[in-house]
Design a protein around this ligand. Structure first.
Ligand SMILES: Nc1ncnc2c1ncn2[C@@H]1O[C@H](COP(=O)(O)OP(=O)(O)OP(=O)(O)O)[C@@H](O)[C@H]1O
Length: 308
């Protein structure tokens, strides 16, 4: 039995459309499922918990939505040990991208019904409820978080989603934020070692390689290596930051002199002055992220190795 958790609003309504298509396929293939439409991130965890508690065993909990919707069910799936399936229907879909889940609903459904299971690490501990918060893609602090906050609140996100150009919304957000953001001093403690940086634009703690719709912020990050990767951009001008963004498409920014990459099992980021932070694209407010990598904390349904 599968539980489908649908965020009808994700991807500017793509969630509802993807679900309609998925439901047709499930009926055609006579798959047993329950469907749960969730209205907000706040209530979703509890609703999913209630739905899952009605049965002893579930094949998987499948999220029809984007990274934010996946984020909302992580604590429940982590504690219950129920595998996560993904039907990508968000603007960025970096979780799906990180696990090789295709955008097309039918192809994603094939993986849910006949793919492999992969043990994935989670970043645990970010946010106000220390023990419960779990993140799958990245916890970002500074400029990139400000971009996400601006994109989520911006008039251009619904427009770009309607045009099926989710990535364009992030590009507009980058330009918009670049004009107003002020870098600051930050300390990153990684596995107990203190790294102090001046003029820090961003510090992102990553479990998957991309965020923001395919920007390869930590190209070496692997969700099954038991480690987190930290990308710090510091000591550079506004123009250099602007020129950094195209390099994120290939991940070649890692060799720039104003980019420092760290790797470890735990990382804490603190700016002298509070900065916005996001986890899986969801706003954490001005929290200073302090996360550890929990190896294999989640099972994800992924394509079969080698494909077929
Ligand atoms: N389970 C949920 N049900 C309904 N709404 C949710 C849920 N989880 C999060 N949300 C809200 O819906 C918004 C959009 O969801 P989501 O993040 O999945 O899609 P997106 O922003 O279009 O895509 P992406 O995060 O992949 O860029 C979130 O930012 C959040 O405010």
């Amino acid at each position: 039995m599968y539980l489908f958790v649908i965020n009808p609003r994700s991807g500017g309504g793509m969630g509802e459309r993807a679900w309609r298509r998925a439901e047709e396929c499930l009926k055609e293939r006579q798959v047993e499922y329950e469907a749960l439409r969730t209205g907000s991130s706040e209530g979703a965890g509890r609703e999913v918990e209630r739905a899952l508690s009605r049965r002893e065993s579930w094949t998987a909990c499948v999220v029809v939505g984007g990274d934010g919707t996946i984020h909302s069910v992580l604590p429940t799936l982590r504690s219950r040990g129920v595998p996560l399936g993904i039907i990508p229907a968000g603007s960025g879909n970096d979780t799906a991208r990180g696990f090789g889940v295709p955008k097309q609903t039918e192809a994603a459904l094939d993986i849910i019904l006949g793919g492999s299971k992969t043990g994935a690490d989670l970043l645990v501990g970010a946010g106000p409820e220390e023990s419960e918060a779990a993140t799958l893609t990245s916890v970002a602090c500074g400029f990139d978080a400000q971009v996400a906050v601006n994109v989520n609140a911006g008039w251009y996100k619904p427009l770009c989603n309607a045009l099926h150009a989710g990535r364009l919304a992030y590009l507009i957000g980058i330009l918009h934020t670049l004009m107003t953001y002020k870098p600051g001093r930050a300390v990153i403690v990684c596995d107990g070692k203190k790294h102090a940086f001046e003029n820090v634009w961003l510090a992102s703690v990553c479990n998957l390689p991309s965020y923001g719709g395919g920007l390869l912020i930590a190209p070496q990050a692997k969700p099954e290596d038991g480690l987190l990767d930290v990308c710090v951009v510091h000591g550079c001008s506004r123009l250099q930051v602007l020129r950094l963004f195209p390099t994120l498409l290939k991940g070649s920014h890692v060799s720039l002199p104003f980019v420092t990459m760290l790797r470890g099992r735990r990382a804490a980021v603190s700016f002298d002055e509070s900065r916005p932070a996001i986890a899986d694209g969801e706003d954490l407010g001005g929290a200073s992220p302090d996360v550890r990598c929990e190896p294999g904390a989640l099972t994800v349904l992924t394509p079969r190795p080698g494909g077929d």
